[in-house]
Design a protein around this ligand. Structure first.
Ligand SMILES: [Zn+2]
Length: 273
């Protein structure tokens, strides 16, 4: 989660004198010092004008600034890391701020012209939005909700793999919420589409923003209600029930899938529902 003292905002073109936390990106990769700390403002100024540059919140007295350069030549003292690889490098609160910065940078670049009439947009007063001066359309940052479901049948868990997973890796089932669909309806639909399994007894677990590019993952436990495993063609390469002592390769700890599956394993081992 964000640090407790963080307040989100969106303010374009901060004054050059703004002091604070620098979340700077080289394309989609976060720029860090080699010890994993955030770079200082003076070091980043040497990279020249950024393509995107705004404040995205305050942490106490400090502003949190997002900037993005396209393919910058970084000095030796800096590195650029994919945000997934930063999870164990940054403190957790900082990782979630970096996730917000990355998501808003993508939105800022994609909303510079009005999607309704094509006119260049400006910043809307008083809210994090772009405003079209010609037609009045407001463009808010988009968030795409997605669900994840770990299905349990007695002391076994339903895990599946899609063709793009690393070799040997299985995970919980997941998919995007369709327009006009409820989260609960999406859980039932995705699990049935991907595996032919019916579920019941949905139980909320946790959520995690996933800024690749703009998802919000909502994770649930559920129980088996019926059906035989029938993997969805083209989407699911394999799916099976796994006992907790005979598990396949699992997702990396950066993902909420890892936390959800760990929780499911622990519950089975402790005899909890
Ligand atoms: Zn417009």
């Amino acid at each position: 989660m964000w640090p407790e003292n963080f307040i989100p905002l969106f303010q374009a073109t901060p004054a050059a004198s703004v002091a604070g936390h620098e979340f700077a990106f080289a394309d989609d990769a976060l720029i860090l010092n080699h010890d994993g700390s955030l770079p200082d403002t003076a070091t980043l100024e040497a990279l020249g004008p950024a393509r995107a540059d705004f404040l995205f919140g305050r942490a106490g007295e400090s502003g949190c600034r997002a900037r993005r350069w396209d393919a910058p030549a970084l000095p030796e003292k800096l590195q650029a890391l994919n945000l997934r690889a930063c999870h164990g490098v940054l403190q957790e609160g900082q990782w979630f701020l970096a996730a917000r910065a990355k998501q808003l940078l993508g939105w800022d670049l994609a909303s510079r012209h009005c999607g309704a009439c094509g006119t260049p947009t400006g910043t809307a007063p008083g809210e994090p939005a772009k405003l079209c001066p010609a037609c009045g359309h407001r463009h808010y940052p988009q968030i795409a909700p997605a669900v994840m479901c770990l299905v349990r049948r007695g002391d076994r868990l339903l895990l599946a793999r899609s063709p793009h997973f690393a070799p040997g890796m299985f995970s919980a089932l997941a998919g995007f919420v369709e327009a006009g669909e409820s989260v609960e309806g999406c859980l039932h639909r995705e699990v049935f589409e991907e595996t032919g399994i019916r579920i019941t007894n949905l139980r909320w677990f946790a959520s995690q923003p996933w800024p690749f590019p703009q998802s919000l993952m909502l994770a649930f436990h559920a129980d088996y209600a019926g059906g035989h495993i029938t993997p969805q063609a083209d989407e699911i390469e394999a799916a099976d029930w796994f006992g907790v002592d005979a598990l396949p390769g699992l997702p990396s700890p950066v993902s909420i899938a890892s936390r959800l599956i760990s929780d499911g394993i622990e519950r089975i081992r402790k005899g909890l529902p």
